[in-house]
Design a protein. Sequence first.
Length: 183
Amino acid sequence: MSKAPGPGFRPTHVVPPRGMPAWEAPDPARPTVPLDPLLPVQLMERRGDWSHIRCANGWAAWVDGRHLIAVPEDPPAAEGPAGTADPRPLLARAAEALADYRAAVGELTAGALDGEDFADRTRDLRIGIVVDGEKMWLYDPEESRWMYGDGRRLTTYATDRPVTGDTDAGHAPTRLVASDGEP
């Protein structure tokens, strides 16, 4: 269905906070796996209301482009002011969440968990990481925001919470709003 992205992958949009359906082609009769909430995607093509998007892992799909949330600004420049966070603690939390998920998958496949127990055990896990060379987009589930990092620092890239007057490195994060207008 798609090719792996080259080094040129740069999110241009994110999926709405409640996720969204996706299709193999711009045809409602060909649904595929729905997209996760706040997933960074790159817009590749538009055909009317249809948008062909690519994810960081190379997977591509068609979506109703009217519901994608544009990320209007480039990530902060590496030569800009220092970011607000050391990426290592957030990376460690992401590694722990992934280890918890991997353990639950192991127990599910071994028959030690049934589907309902698996869903209960993984319900509150949130992990999101896109790494492209030295660039990184990392989801911070405690703050409901995507962070951009260059290996040395993290700055807020997009959030689904109200944006205050505080910004990271002079970069006002994109505010994500649900398609019904509610944050």
